[in-house]
Design a protein around this ligand. Structure first.
Ligand SMILES: [Zn+2]
Length: 489
């Protein structure tokens, strides 16, 4: 950003709540169905049809609100937001206005500016005020392509009309495009984590808008802001905000000034362009929806939702850093996805070697997952099996290249470690008599260590294991080695 200027950015995110059916009727929200097949009198807006609230949307809304640090209100009011648009058959959207479902949240997140290669520089915590998160229904879609004669006609598909949304609105708290970028990624991760939304921008179930203005550093005034829409990915959003900041600074400096307006991101030209000016702004004439009761949630409901909250990713990341001595970067990667984080933690606990568990989960396991399109939760190899493999490596019974080969086979087939090792011929020596001979040799050659061990230096046990493994060229069965060593020492 040009020196002497600062950006003031507020964000609005719409997240589709992960219900199976719509918010005010029983129609499916499945994507890809025949146009207008998932519709009924309620979501078609036919006269006399009455909305009935889908409670699951409230349950998921509560998870989203708590995950974002918001306070759930005991009573909120649905309101009609009136405007005319072809994909809005009722002539109004059921939303919430002055009494939203949840309000007043403080969200802490990590953010970093990026260098010109896009690499994160220093990660720092920022605190964001979330003004509100309310519940509302989505509109349908106008279809302008992919159907016959779209040069003559537009088509309307109302399958999406009535899909439940949570709209999350922040204060003007962001000072750079990268902060907004990190915020949207944070929201996406947290909503997926608690199961409130699939939060996939490519599929349109997470959409965002940014309000951007600039001012001289140190100024207290707010200049006219521009609302940015049509931001189809987090990266486009960041680019659009960055472009807009530079455009506005130039407009202020030349004295041309900035008008309050809505602009779209043109991803082909890499610039924002005017969509509508303030003169076209709607007056929505909100009023309470007469066909729905106020939405009441009890303290018990809120308390139960709090109890069911899983540990959130940022708290888990801090715990991984503290408990397992992982780096910020590794802990961040491990907590990018809940099933990955759980997989790592199980492997770390069972193997008693968190460092190696992190290396394997971020290395071989992630690599195999990327090739397979399977999420970590559906992996054939379990975290316990990975822990077994790590123990086998630590015991020195197979080397690192063998271990990678064994793991690839485990990942593809779900077979346990021992079976794969046997099939691959990385066979261990499990003959107790043969191992005993080696142990006797090792004990005979290391009298000083034997004496020290017997007088209480327990740490030396690992030394003996190492010597025996070395003498057997890594082939002795570590379990038998351990047992025999214990009895002989
Ligand atoms: Zn319906």
């Amino acid at each position: 950003m040009k020196e002497g200027w600062e950006a003031i950015i507020g964000m609005e995110v719409h997240a589709q709540l992960a219900t199976a059916t719509k918010i005010f009727c029983g129609c499916s929200v499945e994507v890809g169905s025949e146009p207008n097949s998932n519709t009924c009198p309620v979501c078609l807006g036919l006269p006399g049809a009455l909305p009935v609230l889908n409670w699951n949307a409230v349950v998921l809304g509560a998870k989203a609100a708590l995950a974002l640090g918001l306070e759930i209100q005991n009573e909120s009011i649905f309101a009609r937001k009136n405007y005319f648009y072809p994909d809005l058959p009722k002539g109004y959207q059921i939303s919430q206005y002055d009494r939203p479902f949840s309000a007043n949240g403080t969200l802490k997140l990590m953010t970093a500016e990026r260098d010109h290669h896009g690499h994160a520089m220093e990660w720092k915590p920022i605190s964001i005020h979330i003004q509100r998160m309310h519940l509302e229904e989505d509109a349908g879609k106008n279809v302008h392509e992919g159907l016959p004669e779209t040069d003559k006609y537009s088509y309307i598909d109302l399958n999406r009309a009535g899909t439940p949304l949570a709209e999350i609105v922040t204060g003007p708290d962001f000072r750079s495009s990268w902060q907004a970028y990190d915020y949207v990624n944070h929201i996406r991760r947290v909503l997926q984590w608690v199961g409130a939304s699939d939060a996939d921008m490519e599929k349109g179930n997470l959409r965002c808008e940014a309000n951007v203005s600039v001012r001289r550093v140190g100024g207290a005034e707010f200049n006219n802001k521009v609302e940015l829409k049509n931001l189809n990915s987090v990266r486009f959003m960041q680019k659009a905000i960055e472009f807009e900041i530079e455009r506005q600074i130039a407009a202020h400096e030349t004295g041309e000034g900035v008008s309050q307006e809505t602009r779209l991101w043109d991803e082909k030209k890499n610039e924002t362009r005017l969509m509508r000016s303030k003169e076209d702004a709607h007056d929505y004439r909100y009023f309470p929806e007469p066909d729905l009761q106020p939405l009441a949630v009890s303290d018990e409901f809120i308390e139960a939702a709090k109890r069911e909250m899983p540990e959130l990713p940022d708290s888990m990341r801090e715990r991984f850093i503290a408990d397992y001595e992982l780096s910020f970067a590794d802990a961040t990667q491990l907590t990018a996805d809940r099933s990955m984080a759980d997989f790592f933690e199980t492997a770390a606990r069972h193997s008693l070697n968190p460092r190696l568990a992190a290396n394997w989960v971020l290395g071989e396991f992630s690599r195999e997952l990327n090739h397979s399109t399977r999420p970590a939760a559906e992996s054939l190899v379990s975290a316990e099996d990975l822990a077994e493999l790590i123990k086998t490596i630590e015991a020195g019974s197979i080397n690192n290249n063998q271990a990678k080969e064994v793991f690839a086979e485990m990942f593809a087939t779900g077979k346990p470690v021992a079976q794969v090792i046997e099939e691959k011929g990385f066979e261990q020596v499990s003959d107790a008599g043969e191992i005993e001979k080696i142990i006797d040799q090792v004990i005979g050659n290391n009298e000083a260590q034997v004496t020290a061990f017997r007088s209480g230096n327990e740490k030396l046990f690992g030394f003996f294991v190492g010597q025996v493994m070395k003498a057997s060229e890594g082939k002795a069965n570590p379990k038998i080695v351990n047992e025999l060593l214990r009895s002989k020492l």
